[in-house]
Write a protein that binds this ligand. Structure first.
Ligand code: SF4
Length: 366
């Protein structure tokens, strides 16, 4: 079996788990314009943008020799539940003979998940599989906490690009981690590197924090979201995003665990009562959560043809007004580029700065 997977967020982690299980792994290339063009060419026209990009990624991985794709599925009203079938059928029509192993959330399809674990575990004992999965989950927690730190520091670094270099090194070095001891060293080393980043002094009333919400793929994959976190960091803005891989794993793969996402879903309930697919309810919940944490604004990333996020978009004016938190919605598709969005993002950041300054002045005068 030559296994590949969708490229999203920190793909070295998926590679790691498969390699530790003894598989031959084909690392898909980072999505590029070529990936998007391939996906757009071979996907149904009405499909949502992430489905198209992932289609392009699969074609690239298959051309590199992959014969099996491991991916996640989903249940509910949005298209994510049909991703596996849709991709598989289209690839078959194109003449590619490729197997799909689709993992659902543990609550959704326990039987299929057990069958998948059997397929993927190879000759490893269940105990060894457990140890590997635990190690990789710990890696995700470490990487996510380092990334959150970077999302803060990037806004204040004296030498622009320092945090980006450290983030690139984190992703490269992660590939070398194979044991818990190495993970501890890795963590210590990179926390130390981040502690050494020289920072500018910025007054608290001038600090701006933005929460990025929306559909999981466009929120987590920088190559198709215009690297929005870096763009905002370079403008001196701290960011958090609604999705981190370790939190996704906790919510979808660890049975009976009370998770952060459960709280977020509860916070989203007054705005979207039932599950409408994708992460629309979480989008609402995160906006409420960011407001409670004192964030200054929200950027809502919405893939083209995404029905759940289209519904969220319809609620944005009301939630923004009621919570008094500005929201900028950015639709993303194959035509989107930073050039046609930069002015909007800059104007949004200026608006947040002015709002915060005015509040500060009023508070000082009062
Ligand atoms: S949430 Fe939106 S973009 Fe994601 S699979 Fe569903 S319809 Fe597509």
């Amino acid at each position: 079996m030559k296994i590949s997977f969708p490229y999203m967020g920190v793909p070295f982690v998926y590679k790691k788990v498969l390699e530790l299980l003894g598989h031959d792994v084909i690392m898909p290339p980072r999505p590029s314009q070529r990936t998007i063009d391939l996906g757009v060419k071979y996907s149904p026209e009405f499909a949502c943008f992430p489905l198209k990009v992932i289609m392009g990624s699969y074609i690239e991985a298959i051309k590199m020799g992959a014969d099996t794709i491991v991916t996640s599925g989903g249940h509910g009203p949005c298209r994510a539940g049909f991703y596996g079938e849709n991709h598989q059928q289209t690839l078959k029509q194109l003449g590619y003979d490729v197997d799909f192993i689709v993992f659902d959330g543990w609550r959704d399809n326990i039987k299929r998940n057990i069958q998948n674990v059997r397929k993927i575990k190879g000759k490893n004992s269940i105990f060894k599989v457990y140890k590997i999965v635990r190690l990789v989950y710990q890696m995700l927690q470490v990487v996510d906490s380092l990334e959150m730190r970077i999302q803060t520091l990037r806004a204040y670094e004296k030498a622009k690009g320092t945090c980006n270099k450290i983030w690139d090194a984190i992703q490269r070095k992660l590939d070398e981690v194979e044991t818990k001891e190495q993970l501890e060293e890795f963590k210590k080393y990179f926390y130390d590197q981040l502690d050494r980043v020289e920072l500018q002094e910025v007054a608290p009333q001038e600090k701006i924090r933005i929460g990025i919400v929306g559909e999981i793929y466009v929120v987590m994959e920088p190559s198709i979201n215009m690297q929005i976190e870096k763009v905002l960091g370079d403008m001196g803005v701290e960011v958090r995003r609604s999705q981190y891989l370790s939190q996704w794993v906790e919510h979808n793969m660890i049975p009976f665990k009370k998770t952060h996402e459960d709280e977020i879903l509860k916070k989203g309930e007054p705005w979207i009562e039932i599950s409408i697919g994708g992460h629309a309810k979480q989008t609402m919940g995160h906006i409420v959560d960011y407001k409670q944490q004192g964030f200054d604004g929200i950027i809502h990333l919405m893939p083209f043809a995404c029905l759940p996020e289209l519904i969220s978009q319809g609620i944005m004016p009301k939630i923004s007004e009621e919570l008094d938190i500005p929201v900028l919605t950015i639709p993303l598709d194959e035509q989107t580029g930073l050039a046609n969005n930069l002015t909007r993002i800059e104007a949004f950041v200026d608006l947040l700065k002015n709002k915060k300054n005015n509040q500060h002045k009023t508070a000082v005068i009062a």
